[in-house]
Design a protein around this ligand. Structure first.
Ligand SMILES: [Zn+2]
Length: 306
């Protein structure tokens, strides 16, 4: 190559690097997701064009995440903030958004996406619920990521959001979306088959976090150990749940690992039932995909209900 040509090429490469080094067009859109399953789905859609981090782990209660300074730093640098919404993060996210000094990720910002707006919600109260009474689901149930159909809705919303922010990679996001939706549809068929013989089975859960899972698989949640979402079990309420569980022949008590397991163990013992520990989300520390996470959830359920 001629020296001058080589020089021109090098200069143009520098120019390109400088140009693309600004903002999300760099091909490295920085995504921060509030919960790990949302992060795992975002990685499927963004692929090599994005970097994704989650603000919480699958072992943490998503209603109560520690507002650590490291999270402020993550949000400060983020192009996109993916939230579940419908009140799930209301106890910890707003303060972090303010502290991050990044207009993009404010709830009014171009990078903010609240996934609940794209999902058909369950348990939306007809009248406003008073949060002062401790109910942490005042606007409806935010735990929809346990339903693969809702996960598909979120994936579509994330793809559309990324395409708006980073139009040059729109085709990549669309192709990744289609690939993910195809994998998810195949997995969903497999999961439904795994649980087909358990349709109608009565189950008890600790928190009202498994409503979408239960509704999707045709199980029947007869009671939760919390009298209301976010209110710890009382002796009187638990006695009522045990009575109902005996009447209905409940054989499983479902619980995410971050809830205290004393009550679940007691109730399961009284009913001769099994405690099923449900992973709270994709284990992103081990780069677990959303589908691998749901494989684990469905397999544990199927084994207990067999
Ligand atoms: Zn909840």
């Amino acid at each position: 190559m001629h020296d001058l040509t080589r020089l021109a090429l090098a200069a143009s490469l520098v120019a390109v690097t400088l140009l693309t080094g600004v903002g999300p067009a760099a091909g490295d859109v920085k995504i921060v997701a509030t919960v790990p399953s949302l992060a795992a789905i975002a990685k499927e859609i963004g692929g090599a064009k994005v970097s994704v981090t989650a603000m919480s782990l699958s072992t943490q209660d998503p209603h109560f995440v520690d507002a650590k300074p490291s999270l402020v730093l993550k949000l400060n640098k983020a192009d996109v903030l993916l939230a579940v919404g419908v009140g799930l993060e209301v106890g910890w996210l707003p303060a972090l958004q303010t502290q991050a000094r990044n207009a993009r990720i404010l709830s009014s910002g171009t990078g903010y996406l609240e996934c609940a707006s794209h999902v058909k919600l369950l348990e939306v109260p007809a009248a406003a619920v008073d949060r002062s009474q401790g109910d942490v689901h005042p606007g409806g149930n935010p735990h929809f990521l346990f339903d693969p159909r809702a996960a598909a809705d979120c994936a579509r919303a994330i793809a559309a959001h990324l395409a708006t922010l980073d139009g040059s990679n729109q085709r990549v996001y669309q192709a990744n979306l289609e690939h993910f939706l195809a994998k998810l549809a195949a997995a969903r068929a497999r999961w439904e088959k795994q649980l087909a013989s358990s349709r109608g089975a009565p189950v008890i859960s600790y928190h009202r976090s498994l409503s979408y899972l239960v509704a999707w698989l045709g199980l029947v949640e007869i009671a939760t150990l919390e009298p209301k979402p976010g209110i710890p079990p009382t002796a009187r309420h638990v006695a009522g749940v045990i009575k109902l569980g005996k009447q209905r022949g409940a054989k499983v008590v479902l619980q995410e690992a971050f809830y205290p397991d004393k009550t679940c163990t007691l109730v399961a013992k009284k009913l001769g039932a099994a405690v099923v520990r449900i992973p709270g989300g994709a284990d992103i520390a081990k780069a677990q995909s959303y589908i691998a996470h749901m494989d684990e959830v469905v397999t544990r359920l199927a084994e207990a209900l067999r």
